[in-house]
Design a protein. Structure first.
Lengths: 368, 371
């Protein structure tokens, strides 16, 4: 098991083409994944996360920078020499073999003695809950079981130092995804193996990982625990991307004590203004749907909004609210309300934005 | 207007996929067929739409009381949206949305077509994308184009086969809300929606049918099926996240009856409830929402849970914990930061329990009774 580190890693596919002005698929990556931790690389498609994955596994040598495993420079080593297992979107297994032989395959190839192979395969099958289907032909397995066999083949060797999971739940039935994801996490904990889970799906990243790295346009945007990313979103992008629904972001102009939000105003306290250290200028206000206080009663300082959509989520309701701005584009925000509060489309509700939950961004970056 | 199906069977080879299904839908219904993959929901949708024929025999499909069983899908004037985003790659978004109007029997003028296309594009936030080609748009936009083509058509029957399944979490969340808004603008017609995602069914539907091995296990209005799931299978699947189940015994101590979970947890059974319980063993169903790290009511049961797994889901946290021999799931409506292995107090609201018969798997009653 191991600590995996990228140091000053950049990659451009255009260097090989000899172009002068380069587009960087990955730029200035500095990140370390500690021994035995569950991690995620999260970003929209095309953000460079697959390039990072290939750089870690050794399928791609970066244009610049180094990769270290436990402090040892492995930049020039082949994938085989790095001993990092990989699980792909589609299960990679031999349909013609039974489960046992699939799991044993990497060990047979490495000429392990039969008794050792048997002990190892049985242990892995036990961890993955595949004991009862060791004799099954692989073609008879469902997609989740197949994916477990793929993973099993990756972790069956003792010299595996880490595991890369590349969108491993893509072909799994939605209801089974949660179960398989939990099993992956339990296996990761049990083996105390360094795991990096690559996905564009925030749900999968946040449920799997204790540390999530958000990647956008080939750069690290923010790295942190799900809790940190949610509470201390460093940018508008992270604020929206983390949390469901994401953070509401409203453009505003600060004028002394008043934040003018294109249709309504919020008065800011002296304290708050001191903290953001500014008197006038253009800002973005961020507030999470669950922080907004929604009421049917009008009280001082509340702002009326019209209910456009009510979504019952089982534990609470999510309201999509509209403020009609004559001429201008309508303002839309979301708020979370108690499941027992009854509101319908077309009604007016009154919102309060508690000051302690307000985040302030400038040019998409959090300043308070 | 209505759709009615009667005694529909459908087999592929020897495999019976739909087993004697009869249902009726009315104007304004948004019907979800909810089931895991392989339960027959897509086949049922396709049989109703006319893309598949029921097995020969007594199976019948009626639109507005007219038997359409043998009428081809082309003549039924329906719209269908598939799981894969199916668009014409060589046409712009505008041309894609306009295409059903151009082939329609009721010839429309170019001006009328333009008006309709722009209306629908506005509804699905595609107005800025009209000149682009589908390949230049995101997955969510591609599916919105496909949905626009269904909406632009002047039809009363719209069928959607897992339209959000291929989208990632964030896009699914956005488009689900948009579908809700779109369909609430126009309540006319019948919409049938096949899905494996309980949240889709919960947010979008007026009625839900739960399929199990090719049979409709329960069909009800949304509120009824969600709050009174008649079978363990329905309760377990139509919960988000999944429901906890605990084996309990009905015991008598002194002169009182209790449902005994452990020595520590015995839930008193009042006389009214006792009348419904005449067996020894039951299964308690408890939704994760009523198991919480925070107090919910003054009657909460408090237990010590050892945290086994912490999963941040959207803006909530699913806490998997162990209590004695039980592995339980609690849902906290916050982002939590618990350490695995720690012991914490967990609060359970017993009034929200479901009691199921262990043998028949049917709902006996809810703890707090009928509302």
């Amino acid at each position: 098991m191991a600590r995996i580190e990228l140091k000053d890693v950049s990659h451009s596919f255009e260097i090989a083409e000899g172009k002068e002005k380069l587009e960087w698929a990955v730029k200035d990556m500095n990140i370390a994944w500690e021994d035995g931790t569950a991690n995620a690389l999260l970003g929209p498609s095309g953000c460079g996360k697959t390039t990072m994955l290939n750089i870690i596994s050794g399928l791609l040598t970066p244009s610049e920078g180094k990769i270290y495993i436990d402090g040892k420079d492995v930049t020039e080593l082949s994938p085989q020499e790095r001993h990092i297992a990989q699980v792909f979107q589609f299960p990679v297994i031999y349909d013609s073999m039974n489960v046992y032989n699939n799991l044993a395959f990497p060990l047979v190839n490495a000429n392990f003695p039969k008794s050792k192979i048997k002990a190892k395969v049985e242990k892995v099958a036990e961890i993955l809950g595949l004991v009862d289907c060791l004799d099954f032909p692989s073609s008879k397995l469902n997609s989740a079981e197949k994916q477990k066999v793929s993973l099993g083949r990756g972790i069956v060797r003792d010299d595996t130092v880490g595991i890369l999971l590349d969108e491993p739940l893509t072909v799994i039935d939605p209801k089974m995804r949660g179960e398989l994801r939990r099993q992956l996490k339990i296996v990761q904990k049990e083996l105390n193996i360094t795991a990096i889970y690559v996905t564009h799906d925030q749900h999968e990243a946040l449920t799997f990982a204790e540390k999530v790295a958000i990647v956008k346009d080939g750069r690290l945007v923010q790295v942190g625990s799900p809790h940190d990313l949610y509470n201390d979103s460093a940018s508008v992008f992270v604020g929206y991307f983390i949390g469901s629904p994401g953070m509401n972001i409203l453009d505003g102009k600060l004028n002394e004590s008043t934040l003018n939000l294109n249709g309504f105003n919020i008065e800011l306290s002296k304290d708050f203004r001191k903290k953001i250290k500014s008197k006038i200028g253009e800002y973005q206000l961020g507030i999470r749907p669950e922080a907004i206080i929604t009421s049917r009663e009008k009280t001082t300082g509340t702002i009326p909004f019209e209910v456009a959509i009510v979504e019952n989520m089982g534990s609470y309701k999510i309201l999509t609210l509209i403020k009609n701005n004559k001429g201008d584009r309508n303002l839309r925000i979301k708020s979370r309300i108690d499941i027992h509060m009854s509101v319908s489309k077309g009604e007016t509700v009154y919102l309060k934005f508690p000051e302690e939950d307000i985040k302030i961004f400038k040019d998409n970056h959090r300043i308070y | 207007m209505s759709i009615r199906i009667k005694n529909v069977n459908k087999s592929f080879g020897k495999h019976l996929v739909l087993d004697n299904i009869s249902l009726e839908f009315k104007d304004g219904d948004f019907v979800s067929f909810l089931a895991p993959t392989g339960s027959g929901k897509t086949t049922l949708l396709r049989v109703i739409a006319g893309l598949e024929k029921p097995d020969k025999g007594q199976g019948r499909v009626f639109y507005d009381d007219v038997d359409v069983t043998n009428i081809s899908v082309r003549e039924r004037n329906i719209a269908m949206v598939y799981q894969d985003f199916i668009n014409y790659p060589s046409m712009t978004v505008y041309e894609n949305i306009a295409s059903p109007l151009k082939v329609s029997k009721n010839k429309m003028s170019a001006k009328e077509i333009d008006k309709k296309v722009r209306e629908v594009a506005e509804l699905l936030s595609l107005s800025d994308m009209l000149k682009h080609y589908p390949s230049e748009t995101s997955g969510g936009q591609q599916q919105r184009i496909a949905i626009s083509r269904a909406l632009v058509k002047d039809t009363k029957y719209i069928f959607l086969d897992e339209p959000l399944a291929n989208l990632d979490y964030k896009l699914r969340e956005e488009l689900r809300g948009q579908l809700k808004e779109t369909f609430s603008y126009n309540k006319k017609g019948i919409i049938i929606y096949a899905t494996a995602d309980p949240l889709d069914a919960l947010i979008l539907s007026s009625h839900v049918g739960f399929l199990h091995h090719g049979k409709i296990l329960q069909y009800d209005i949304l509120d009824k099926i969600y709050n009174y799931p008649q079978y363990i299978e329905v309760a377990s699947y139509f919960s988000n996240p999944t429901m906890n189940f605990l084996e309990v015994n009905l015991v008598k101590e002194n002169n009182d009856y209790f449902l005994k979970v452990t020595e520590e947890i015995k839930i008193k059974v009042d006389n009214k409830l006792k009348d419904k319980l005449n067996k020894k063993e039951y299964l308690l169903g408890i939704r994760a929402q009523v198991i919480s790290p925070y107090r919910q009511t003054k009657n909460d049961i408090i237990i010590k849970g050892i945290i086994e797994l912490v999963e941040v889901v959207g803006s909530d946290t699913e806490l998997h914990f162990r209590y004695e021999d039980f592995h339980l799931l609690s849902l906290s409506q916050k982002i939590e930061n618990y350490q695995i292995g720690n012991t914490i107090d967990i609060f359970v609201d017993p009034s929200k329990f479901y009691i199921f018969d262990k043998d028949t798997k049917r709902l006996v009653c809810r703890m707090e009774g009928e509302k």
